[in-house]
Design a binder for this molecule. Structure first.
Ligand SMILES: NC(=O)c1ccc[n+]([C@@H]2O[C@H](COP(=O)([O-])OP(=O)(O)OC[C@H]3O[C@@H](n4cnc5c(N)ncnc54)[C@H](O)[C@@H]3O)[C@@H](O)[C@H]2O)c1
Length: 443
């Protein structure tokens, strides 16, 4: 049993804190967002993540999981001085694609100014290569008096929507540090998970995270490029991906052609890696192509709507007078996270073309309402479809996989569906009287 502090109660920090408590540790989760902490103290989750509430409730009840906004309470509590502090704050996209490290800096400064005993500081946030050394410099320079500490990089690979299961059943644990003994102590936390544990140096651990995300984004852009070619040549990318996926050297995962990747990780991490390369005088040409193909994947959904229901070529606002429904506002199913959501991006492009938008998402409506304007938010898929000239499927939520097609068709002004997730089969949709376009399905 260790005494642990986790800084940041977002998708990664809260899951990490709750799961480490579930593994038997005493965990204090800290956030500067007082509203989030107040909610957690009342048992209300600040984010939607399946299974999270139960793990939090169980560990709070067992006296292993605590929430605070106070650094001293989180790190120096006399009854339970923290041995390890995880930094799990956001590292959003900054200027020119560079990762914005202001929250990491603030957390490191607060740790330095607060700690009254030796600590292992563990970076769980995705941070540019070299950040571990930078954090060590900040802590050293901000400590009122020198107290020993070590910095360990422990990048997180969980996926939103299945975060608890990913945390508890990881493919690997990566730990990087100049202080191997500190890394080994952190490794002890994960022994029960029976995953391979790799201990390496700080910079290599930081790079493993970026390289992994960039590779997965590359797979998505690769299959989207193939989809584009399939459309021109009359092949079906879904079958192509299935055929490729049987090859163990390739694997089926991340070969789903569609509207492109989004979310709080892939877009910013690919950009940040390209930025790191550029400032070192390297030319990240593959990463540049991955990002361009991804942007095109979104544009191509809008182009399909335009081509199917738009006003004649040459009209300034191609979708003026048209109503388009968008199903799915979260960047992927089983989360309320709308950061870099393809559905939201597509809505903005459709609006720029003059379309009136109706939209629905099972859990991300509240978050979406904060960033969208002039969108009619609906109760369900059917209300969304009412009076629409086209319906765009942007997120593959389960409830969009078995829609009542005759009912949908009857509700729409024009039975046109653009399926950004290849949920439906073109032949079936034709039988139901829809004009249907998936991605790379070869019509
Ligand atoms: N979301 C994912 O699926 C995922 C997966 C793997 C890695 N990551 C990485 O993990 C990190 C966190 O991502 P997230 O999605 O959990 O972020 P998030 O935005 O959901 O949460 C970050 C939290 O940190 C808090 N915070 C900011 N500054 C603080 C400070 N100085 N002290 C205390 N709290 C502070 C914020 O209030 C917020 O609650 C990022 O680097 C991200 O790239 C995310």
């Amino acid at each position: 049993m260790k005494n642990i502090t986790v800084i940041g109660v977002g998708y990664v920090g809260l899951v990490t804190g709750a799961c480490l408590a579930d593994l038997g540790n005493r965990v204090v989760c800290l956030d500067i967002n007082a509203e989030r902490i107040a909610k957690l103290k009342q048992g209300i989750m600040p984010i939607y993540e399946p299974g999270l509430e139960e793990v939090v409730r169980r560990n709070v009840a067992a006296g292993r999981l605590f929430f605070t906004t106070d650094y001293a309470e989180a790190i120096n509590a006399p009854e339970a001085k923290a041995e390890m502090v995880f930094i799990a704050v956001g590292t959003p996209e900054g200027v020119d694609g560079e990762a914005d490290l202001r929250y990491v800096r603030a957390a490191a400064e607060c740790i330095a100014e607060t700690m009254d005993h030796p600590l292992i500081i563990i970076n769980k946030s995705t941070v540019p290569v070299g950040t571990g050394d930078w954090v060590a410099d900040i802590v050293r320079s901000r400590q009122p008096k020198p107290i020993p500490f070590s910095v360990v990089s422990n990048p997180e690979f969980l996926r939103e929507g299945v975060a608890i299961s990913d945390f508890m059943n990881p493919d690997r644990i990566v730990l990087g540090s100049l202080d191997v003994e500190a890394a080994q102590q952190v490794a002890q936390l994960y022994l029960a998970l029976r995953a391979p544990i790799m201990i390496t140096d700080l910079r290599t651990a930081e790079m493993i995270k970026y390289a992994s995300n960039a590779f997965l984004a590359t797979k998505i852009s690769f299959i989207n490029e193939i989809a584009n070619i399939c459309e021109a040549l009359g092949a079906d990318v879904k079958e192509v991906a299935a055929g490729m996926g049987y090859d163990k050297r390739i694997g089926r995962a991340f070969l789903d052609a569609g509207i492109g990747y989004g979310g709080s990780c892939f877009p910013k991490d690919v950009k940040a890696l390209a930025h790191m390369a550029n400032i070192q005088g390297k030319h990240p040409q593959l990463l540049e192509a991955v990002m361009q193909i991804n942007a095109d994947a979104r544009r191509s959904i809008v182009a399909k709507v335009r081509n199917l229901v738009g006003n004649p070529n040459g009209a300034l606002n191609r979708l003026e007078g048209k109503v388009v429904g968008v199903l799915g506002l979260a960047f992927k199913p089983n989360t309320d996270d709308i950061r870099e959501s393809p559905g939201i991006d597509v809505i903005r492009m459709l609006q720029a073309d003059g379309a009136a938008i109706r939209a629905y998402d099972p859990v991300a409506m509240e978050n979406a309402a904060r960033v969208l304007s002039n969108v009619t938010l609906c109760q369900d898929a059917y209300e969304t479809a009412r009076g629409c000239d086209a319906l765009v499927l942007a997120t593959e939520w389960n409830e969009f996989k078995h829609l009542d097609l005759p009912r949908l068709r009857q509700l729409m002004r024009q039975p046109v569906i653009v399926d950004g997730r290849n949920i439906y089969e073109p032949a079936v949709m034709r039988q139901h009287g829809f004009t249907y376009r998936g991605v790379g399905r070869g019509y």
